[in-house]
Design a binder for this molecule. Structure first.
Ligand code: ADP
Length: 702
């Protein structure tokens, strides 16, 4: 099977059917009243705009040249004055009035159309962001941030422009063409034939233009993607670019992509250059022909096959209305441009929407720790003062301490392969990185994970957080499969301190309370009490001292210039964050980078405190961590190859003993047999995969 090389986003985008139809169906419906008000107001304003030329024509004939009666379309003659002076006054009032009506309704139309377009844009943007947040890590592993950013920004704005300008301009164009044609035919259908002869030509010309320009827009879209990728790569990898001296190479890549974009855009514009003046020429010819034939008609009577009478007033009405055609026609190419952009944007919006979310709550998912446990331990909460209500039994205590979650963790024959491009094709997963891993940890235990880089230690713990789902086997917390509990309750029961801590731009206090008391309204205590608990947490994390020494203490903005936190300080903030979260289970990714001895001691002390009454998993890089742990699991190539306490493992004299031998400087490098074994395993796997694909090919041949 040939894997689809495109990422999930591109694949789902290409599958979107009738994007603009979906936009109206899913977003337009709830805001349809604004659209309707806007359209009606737009039509009224445009129709009112047709009144002055008509009234002027009638007034010329009835009042000034006396060559015709004072009649108006639709209005009964009985309502109209018969004397010339009141006829003139009425004409003035009608002309004034029509401008006022046009102004008022253009105002209403502006409000309604903008409300419609901006409300839809807002909904699209927030929905897309929500969807993006729900997507699995698999999606983000592909590094599609640039594309998502462009959905949230450009695409939402493109839709707004389309829903506002393009839609209303098309309505205006429709009203103008139909309205003007009706008036012209009503007054003199013979001269109207001359004037309107240009309309079918314009229609055909527009059809040709749309056919010709559409593929050019498609081509332009594909190079926009290349350009974004080139820019994103160069920006996100700026350190690599600088250290490997590849600025020139990156410049060339961006230049190439930008030049392709330039060429595609010019090829669209070249058609525009022809189309726009072409339309104006046709409108101009219609005007000139109307003027020439009408003028001849007035002087010499009906020319050729024509027989009706033409008055000066009607002639003036014709000339003025024909002029009104030109402006909206010039807009057609803009409408098409906005339409094409909106269609592409809409495909991206719904492409993102259609990517399946795999890691979601089951319909019957339960709250982890949210129910009375059947094993005799009763659910008790933390008192207001932060102390546990009563205390009997270790596990029950632990459970009471952490919102009813005891923190027993069990891995049962867990196998896992990264999903690869599985969002596109469920069959298309990477090779297994964990195979048949089993172990269990009792509440409060500390388990150290040891093994060479790439052995699968981080992956093992990501599965516990349910950043991915196991391929085979099960992971249970307090006896519940992690897939049967709500993602929220699971993740709030598991604290995570990463090697390199991510902090947000904001104050120190905001960063510590992030996730626990993120929003003031969700705090289950008074604001002053929350502040107190933030300080307590910082103290427990050995971070209070350095925070207090900062110019603004807890209110110091982290992103502010001049305040640069060291790695050790950042990590202590992350620890404080987890202290506040107070989870039953803790995941620590021990930092490999060296900090000074004093800082290390502070961090170690705070971590010990943090781990004391929780089930803790540490990705261990230090010998002391393993000696302190209840048990250590040695992973190699996705399998648990050894397990036991530090002493037991040393005595076994296997991989663990060798790894720590290297670390302690007792032996220089891993013995050849281990390296050889790892190599063999890789070869075995490669052979296995090759055989599998041969089998696949054979079964396909059958
Ligand atoms: P460790 O933490 O022991 O260094 P990891 O769990 O990070 O090992 O990695 C185990 C294996 O999984 C490695 O072969 C790595 O290349 C692969 N891997 C890690 N993360 C991903 C990912 N997001 N997508 C695909 N493969 C991954």
């Amino acid at each position: 099977m040939v894997a689809d090389e495109r990422n999930a986003f591109e694949v789902y985008r290409d599958r979107v059917d009738r994007p603009l139809g979906r936009l109206f169906h899913e977003y337009g419906a709830s805001e349809a009243h604004w659209l309707v008000i806007g359209m009606v107001a737009n039509v009224v304003a445009r129709v009112a705009g047709l009144i002055p030329p008509v009234v002027l024509g009638v007034a010329i004939d009835a009042v000034f040249t006396g060559s015709g009666p004072y009649t108006l379309p639709i209005v009964p003659d009985a309502w109209l004055p018969t004397a010339e002076a009141p006829q003139f006054r009425l004409s003035v009032i009608l002309i004034f009035g029509s401008f006022i009506v046009t102004g008022v309704f253009t105002y209403v139309y502006g409000i309604a159309a903008n409300n419609f377009a901006h409300r839809v844009m807002h909904a699209v943007r927030t929905d897309s962001f929500d969807q993006m947040q729900r997507l699995d890590m698999t999606f983000f592993d592909d590094k599609q941030t640039g594309e998502v950013m462009s959905v949230l920004n450009n695409d939402a704005s493109n839709l707004e422009v389309f829903l506002d300008n393009a839609l209303q301009n098309s309505a205006r164009l429709g009203v103008m063409v139909v309205g003007i044609a009706t008036v012209l035919v009503y007054y003199n259908y013979e001269l109207a034939v001359i004037t309107l002869a240009a309309i079918p030509l314009m229609f055909l010309f527009t059809l040709w233009f749309m056919r010709a320009v559409e593929p050019r827009y498609v081509a332009q879209r594909s190079v926009v993607g290349d350009l974004n990728t080139a820019l994103e790569n160069a920006l996100s990898g700026v350190e690599l670019v600088k250290t490997s001296n590849t600025e020139a190479h990156e410049s060339e890549r961006v230049e190439d992509a930008s030049f392709s974009y330039f060429r595609r855009t010019m090829s669209i514009l070249r058609l525009n250059y022809v189309y726009r003046p072409g339309m104006e020429l046709l409108a101009g010819l219609a005007f000139a022909a109307t003027f020439a034939v009408g003028g001849f008609w007035l002087a010499n009577g009906p020319p050729g096959p024509f027989s009706t009478e033409l008055t000066v007033g009607t002639f003036v009405t014709f000339v003025l209305l024909t002029q009104q055609f030109v402006a909206p026609l010039a807009e057609v190419s803009n409408i098409i441009d906005q339409y094409e952009n909106a269609k592409a944007s809409c495909e991206r919006v719904f492409g993102l929407r259609d990517i399946p979310v795999r890691i979601e709550d089951d319909d019957d998912a339960i709250e982890l720790g949210g129910q009375t446990r059947s094993d005799g331990g009763s659910k008790r909460g933390r008192g207001v003062d932060g102390t546990v209500d009563d205390a009997t039994g270790d596990a029950a205590d632990a459970a009471a301490d952490h919102g009813g979650v005891a923190g027993a963790v069990e891995y049962d024959e867990v196998s896992f392969a990264y999903p690869g491009n599985a969002l596109v094709d469920p069959e298309d997963a990477d090779e297994e990185v964990l195979s048949g891993v089993s172990f269990s940890a009792d509440p409060g235990d500390t388990v150290a994970l040891v093994g060479p880089t790439g052995a699968g230690k981080s992956t093992l713990l990501k599965l516990l957080l349910r950043l991915y789902d196991v391929t085979d086997g099960a992971i249970r917390v307090d006896g519940h499969d992690v897939r049967d509990v709500t993602v929220e309750s699971l993740r709030s029961s598991v604290g995570y301190v990463a090697q390199d801590t991510t902090l947000f731009d904001g104050t120190i206090a905001e960063n510590i309370r992030y996730g626990r008391f993120t929003r003031i309204d969700e705090a289950d205590a008074e604001e002053s009490e929350v502040r107190e608990r933030v300080v307590e947490a910082a103290k427990a994390a050995e971070a209070h001292e350095f925070i207090a020494s900062l110019p603004n203490g807890y209110e110091t903005r982290i992103g502010e210039r001049g305040v640069k936190l060291s790695g050790g300080q950042r990590q202590r903030l992350a620890i404080a964050r987890v202290v506040l979260q107070d989870p039953a289970i803790l995941i620590l990714d021990e930092a490999t980078s060296a900090v000074d001895t004093e800082t290390e001691m502070l961090i170690q002390r705070s971590l010990d405190r943090l781990a004391a009454d929780r089930t803790t998993f540490v990705i261990a890089h230090r010998l002391s961590t393993v000696t302190d742990a209840d048990t250590a699991l040695v992973l190699e190539d996705g399998e648990v190859v050894e397990r036991g306490s530090h002493d037991e493992l040393l005595a076994a004299d296997g991989l663990y003993a060798k790894l720590w031998g290297v670390q302690a400087g007792e032996i220089d490098e891993l013995p050849e047999e281990f390296v050889e074994r790892a190599r063999e395993r890789h070869v075995d796997r490669a052979v296995e995969r090759a055989t599998e694909s041969e089998v696949d090919a054979e079964s396909l041949d059958d």
